[in-house]
Design a protein around this ligand. Structure first.
Ligand code: F6P
Length: 324
């Protein structure tokens, strides 16, 4: 295998650049030509290939975002658009491809191999950490640290004003990010879509009022964006309890920032292992790299593509103890 493509797709995640750096330098080390594809799957359709060299990835390990840029590409769901992308891959002579992205991008990587037989390796990178087959995705640790830094700041003002704060975090329709930020941020209540039935207004308010009775001067609720509308919940809680309640939507700051050491390390190790695996694949083989109990593993995409990652209910439950 002498010509390899690499792209980033879906929501960007801090640490993607570390992965790109590892892929590019490892490819060159093994004597391959490496082509960056700009703007994710859309770049495939628009034939945006650029050969990369050792200097192309200088000075990026500490930068959030992705130098290859990314976007969401609904057109890639259309066979006729994929056919254009495949023609471009073949005309460029690409013999293997590395796709760096989140849960929504896994399918695209798998489809490329299924439909063209060009081998692929998927690298899980997303702040959502919702990809089956890996304990951690690139970027998750950085987003968690951004979240708890925000919670620590909010706790100051919540305590000064004796207020209830609801902090909405990202995570699409999953609660992995909210659970980690809530647990490590010391939230009194964590609201995630996976356990929506656990909490109604009555239950939330009785927990808050019990906390006030035992002397809490404020409480923090972390709500995953997939749980509900934070403004509505804030108004309902204030109305029901009479306690001053405010909300903050963390939003896109969770997607940026300098990647933490862990996000960088995942990027570097995933990037290296993905490339070494790719150059040994046969036509038609599609793999994914992940981490399982701190061990790197390479999985057959066919075995994981239809599986969904489950939330750690024990972590969710023990936070209720810590919040007493
Ligand atoms: O998938 C990462 C993510 O940040 C989600 O947590 C969030 O819901 C979504 O992307 C936002 O998508 P966009 O960047 O397209 O607005």
């Amino acid at each position: 295998m002498k010509k390899i493509g690499v792209l980033t797709t879906g929501g960007d995640a801090p640490g993607m650049n570390a992965a790109i750096r590892a892929v590019v330098r490892t490819a060159i080390f093994y004597g391959c030509k490496i082509y960056g594809i700009e703007h994710g799957f859309k770049g495939l359709i628009e034939n945006r290939f650029k050969e990369m060299n050792l200097s192309s990835v200088s000075g990026i390990i500490n930068k959030g975002g992705t130098i290859l840029q990314t976007l969401r590409c609904p057109e890639f769901h259309l066979k006729e658009k994929r056919e254009i992308a495949y023609r471009n891959l073949i005309n460029q002579g690409i013999e293997g491809i590395i796709v760096i992205g989140g849960d929504g991008s896994r399918k695209g990587a798998f489809l490329i191999t299924e439909e063209t037989k060009i081998p692929s390796v998927f690298i899980p990178a997303s702040i959502d950490n919702d990809v089956y087959g890996t304990d951690l995705t690139i970027g998750f640790d950085t987003a968690v640290n951004t979240g708890i830094d925000a919670i620590d700041k909010i706790r100051d003002t919540a305590s000064s004003h004796e207020r209830i704060f609801i902090v909405e975090v990202m995570g699409r329709e999953h609660g992995f990010l909210a659970l980690e930020i809530g647990l490590t941020g010391g939230a009194e209540i964590i609201l995630i879509p996976e356990f929506k039935k656990d909490y109604n207004l009555n239950k939330i308010c009785s927990i808050l009022q019990k906390g006030i009775k035992r002397g809490k001067d404020s409480s923090i609720i972390v709500m995953a964006e997939g749980f509900g509308f934070v403004k509505d919940w804030s108004e309902k809680i204030q109305k029901f309890t009479g306690l001053e309640t405010r909300y903050t939507v963390l939003g896109y700051i969770q997607r940026g920032g300098k990647p933490t050491a862990l996000s960088r390390k995942l990027g570097l190790v995933f990037g290296y292992e993905a490339l070494v695996s790719l150059i040994n694949l046969k036509k038609g083989q599609s793999k994914m790299v992940g981490i399982d109990n701190w061990k790197i593993k390479i999985m057959d995409m066919k075995k994981v593509i239809h599986k969904e990652k489950k939330i750690d209910k024990k972590l969710y439950d023990i936070n209720k103890i810590f919040a007493l």
